[in-house]
Ligand binder design. Structure first.
Ligand SMILES: NC(=O)c1ccc[n+]([C@@H]2O[C@H](COP(=O)([O-])OP(=O)(O)OC[C@H]3O[C@@H](n4cnc5c(N)ncnc54)[C@H](O)[C@@H]3O)[C@@H](O)[C@H]2O)c1
Length: 351
């Protein structure tokens, strides 16, 4: 197949390009090389067709779609950003960009879409109360966070909750601008599928880490922030109490999930979007990630700071049962090995 990979010069996109090429596909990359993601243009892998353009540029998208059999849409502004003033840029890149891409696909008759979805659509993950069963905690309160009460209480009785694994049928509950734009991407893709008879897969990546992650920016993931601190000889600063749970997934596993989804997308019903968690199924804590990285690099022990970001959720960890059963994919890189490899791999310089 000829696959158009938007955002193919980015952290995850560049690994997807490698995985798709190894699976025998031809790849065309469209990427605007956003300054928040790139300081200098990355080298273009040999054999890849390169389109340095914005996904919001209709003409460039139409040209890039010519002859394509499928689109793998990774281009997006990522992370929590600096403050609410970023909102129009997130919406423009992520949602207007997706709408323009989908309109181009509708015109060009391209009927297969892999979307870079995200765990952020779930907001707080799955929680159960001893008395009330599965519940959805409300927004975290500043007063609680200031007082170091990080665990969300039961919305009915205020008792502590037990975190669990979220599955794809959990209600969406985006809790920041980025999350809202990622959810809107899924809704747009589902509307496109219905209107055109196309097939869409949203791969809801959990916390992706690995070689090529960008350095320390307001848009970077937590593993990169820890790595950057250690590279400066500083202790990684762990927010809250470090016990917030995440599912850390290695980028080569995420790339393999895209290849598996491309192989399986033809088996989905026409006119639908199907969502899959791309996760290991094994929760880790943010503090654990910092501790392992510090140990592998021989750097200073992590410092638990009690700071917080209002848009962050406490725990979000996922079941990967659906993707295993339907697409035959499961994570292959063990946490200890993946983190040790990441600790030594170069980060992408942004400045
Ligand atoms: N990194 C994670 O942990 C994670 C988790 C869940 C979902 N995702 C999703 O995965 C995708 C890739 O993220 P990443 O971590 O590789 O980020 P990244 O910033 O490294 O890569 C994104 C790429 O998209 C490009 N881009 C952004 N806006 C564009 C536009 N309007 N037109 C063309 N190109 C544009 C950027 O230049 C960059 O190369 C994103 O859609 C993101 O939402 C990432």
């Amino acid at each position: 197949m000829l696959v158009l990979v938007t955002g193919g010069a980015g952290f995850i996109g560049s690994h997807i390009v490698t995985a798709l090429r190894s699976a025998g596909h031809r790849v065309r990359v469209l990427d605007a090389l956003l300054p928040a993601a790139h300081h200098t243009p990355p080298p273009v892998p040999e054999g890849v067709e390169w389109r340095p353009a914005d996904v919001r540029d209709r003409a460039a998208v139409a040209e890039a779609l010519r002859g394509a059999d499928a689109v793998c849409h990774q281009a997006a502004m990522v992370g929590l950003g600096k403050d609410f003033a970023d909102a129009p840029d997130y919406v423009s890149c992520n949602d207007l960009g997706t709408a323009i891409l989908l309109a181009g696909m509708a015109d060009a008759g391209v009927r297969s879409l892999l979307l870079a979805g995200s765990m952020v659509v779930y907001g707080e993950g799955r929680y159960a109360c001893g008395r009330h069963g599965v519940v959805r905690p409300g927004p975290r309160q500043v007063a609680d966070l200031d007082a170091g009460r990080f665990e969300p209480p039961c919305p009915h009785c205020g008792e502590p909750l037990a975190p669990g694994l979220v599955d794809e049928d959990a209600p969406a509950d985006p809790r920041n601008v980025y999350a809202a734009t990622k959810l809107a991407q899924e809704h747009l893709a589902a509307a496109w599928a219905r209107a055109t008879g196309g097939r869409a897969v949203s791969l809801r990546y959990h916390n992706v880490y690995g070689p090529g992650m960008p350095r320390d920016t307001p848009y970077a993931g937590v593993a990169a922030l820890f790595r950057s601190a250690l590279a400066r000889g500083e202790a990684p600063a762990v927010f809250e109490d470090g016990r917030q749970r995440r599912d850390f997934i290695h980028v080569t596993d995420v790339a393999a999930a895209n290849a598996a989804a491309l192989a399986g997308i033809g088996g989905l019903p026409e006119g639908t979007l199907r969502a899959y968690n791309v996760a290991t199924g094994t929760p880790r804590t943010v503090g654990e990630m910092a501790t392992v990285l510090a140990a592998v690099t021989g750097g200073p022990e992590p410092r638990v700071t009690g700071q917080y970001r209002l848009g962050d959720v406490r725990h979000v960890t996922a079941s990967a049962d659906r993707i295993r059963a339907e697409l035959g994919w499961s994570a292959q890189v063990p946490f200890a090995e993946g983190v040790a490899d990441f600790a030594r791999a170069p980060l992408r310089a942004l400045a």
